[in-house]
Design a protein around this ligand. Sequence first.
Ligand code: NOJ
Length: 770
Amino acid sequence: MKSFAVTVIATAALVAPLAWAQPKPSLLADKSALVADLMRQMTLEEKVGQLRLISIGPEMPAPQLAEEIAAGRVGGTFNSINHKEQRPLQEAAVGKSRLRIPVLFAYDVLHGHRTSFPIGLGLASTWDMDAVRLTARTAAVEAAADGVDVTFAPTVDISRDPRWGRTSEGFGEDPHLVSQVARAMVQGFQNGARRGEVLQRDSIMASVKHFALYGAVEGGRDYNIVDMSPMRMYNDYLPPYKAAIDAGSGGVMIALNTVNGQPATSNTWLLQDLLRKDWGFKGVTFSDHGAITELMRHGVARDEREAAKLAITAGVDMSMADQVYLKELPGLVKSGQVPMKTLDNAVREVLGTKYDLGLFHDPFLRIGKAEDDPADLKADSRLHRPPARDVARRSLVLLENRNRTLPIAKGASVALVGPLADAPIDMIGVWSAQAVWKQAVTLRSGMEQALAGKGKMLYARGANVSEDKAVVEYLNFLNWDEPEVVQDKRSPQEMIDEAVAAAGQADVVVAAVGESRGMSHESSSRTRLDLPESQQALLKALKATGKPLVIVLMNGRPLTLGWEQANADAMLETWFAGTEGGHAIADVLFGDANPSGKLPLSLPRSVGQIPTYYNYPRLGRPFTPGKPGNYTSQYFDEPQGALYPFGYGLSYTEFEVSKPVLSASTVKAGGTVEASVTVKNTGDRAGETVVQLYIQDVAASVVRPVKELKGFRKLMLQPGETQVVKFAIGNEQLSFYNQQLQRVSEPGGFNVQIGLNSRDVQEASFELLP
Ligand code: NOJ
């Protein structure tokens, strides 16, 4: 992808107005000496204070939080991004608290900060790790300028059940792809700094979440239990967390769910044996919001004292929005129920993290100047619009394009309809940090700008996102301080009539349909994944006009799109594309950009078919296409397999991929075989595509998946151009965790499959020798 300069906004004051005493140079130069020196001086209560992450809220107004900090009872705060809020808190810490230990500022920076980039699923759909890294880098620059030290991101929970609303936040269903994205995000946030290195002023510390397995909540219902075999855990769900940690993520946020019968928050195996011992993680762990108190509701702690004891013993360093550490830890330590060493371990991580954040060098490092007007931070000039537009273009997945309906000629007259056509709030998705929704380009405005002076555009809303009162109430409840969900008061039929009339005057209809952003969020689990009825009725009426129908989907999870697939002339999945979404989508609709996004998860045919992931384990009685019959694993009332497979996405040009050629038909253990294919752009315009490498272990000591993604390459080809793509296949690609949870590659046959999606592949085979 193109490289973009990320503007570093110099807001941090080098010399803070408050005179604060920097630690002695000899200590400042030596992290462990500084931490040890502080710990020698700390009282028990001050140690406990360092473990508390508290935000300003109705129960903790800002002045009270400042008092708590001055009293040494708080180690960090979250959700304070305004330097007018932050400065007094940091002044209380370094000006008033006995030991002058700075507080850290944390925030959820997931897909951009002031500039909103596409949501997680959109980022993953780019299959472009430079693009992904750039979004995190840009977010870090913007967030650091807002005083943020730590982000609770990336969210790398593998999700195979789109009923789960947080599917939107993660990067899909595949361990390899999600791991690559996880790594790129951490590198971007931290600007390449490893854990334990001091971060630059314009970088923020990543804190990978939700450790672990949060995406596997039963039934896709948020906060539900998770129960899974160890092999599945190791092979499929844990790799992305590990990848983020290997990339240097300074922090880890602990999941709300159970792992093997024990809440993650009290799970010593997870937080000690796996995370710290096996993976060698040395950094800070954060509980999720109120999770320590929730140990009582889980039924593993009788009371707050036991909850605090379980959490600190398991290895929860900082407690988020919880009072139980404050109330209970001093007593637990005094009575000997929690060894001082356990407490010290947690405090050491928190102080070490503050050192790595550069806060002992300058506690005001990332906090804006006292005289800065916070409103200026919202100025459009601070946004990074060009990379947002570029990445958003790359995130769009073309699902259908019959008769080359797209791109639309700019001279055409276009009817734009649908409840998401002019919905700036939805465009930025949830977890939109400090993005200002009024700065988001809607599809309506993007298309108007693209057509200016060239074609004609008619607009009609056509439908509300939903007419279901309960849904609208839920969305308003979620909409925090934003305006209420816009509900057009006209009757559904009136709105449809208007849209149909617009369609009648147009050459082509573009229908922007899908979900409101709140429908794909924390706690927003759905039992149905089709478009709400109001929108289905709109689409059917538009179809009946006979005009070419282009469906532009905006949604935060896979939807079931049977009717849409059968009836759309073209269909573009845009997820929630961010601040520049409207421009990017218009670029693709009118052919100024050629779509290259690929699905990071399978789109199911129906809710009943879930889970529909492509890399499922092999079966004794698999369904065999073309050989229907009884007693195979199938649903008899529906075609098998995903409606759109993992890795799928069309382009305005066509590509041909040759059969894979292998460098050898046998390879010794530890050796490497090279697979190569020739890819040709056989169409008439330049375009990018993603060549995907899948491996199948023919016979192993345990049941292995039908195929697994093990590599991919995104390439740009001019019309007629060919390129040879090579993949090295060695131990890394062939090994897996066996029943003893040892990582092994086993001698025997392997099938190498290469294609432009997970379903349509060509195969070659080789033998791994002992
Ligand atoms: C709860 C969410 O589960 C977590 O992802 C988030 O970081 C915290 N709230 C803080 O906002």
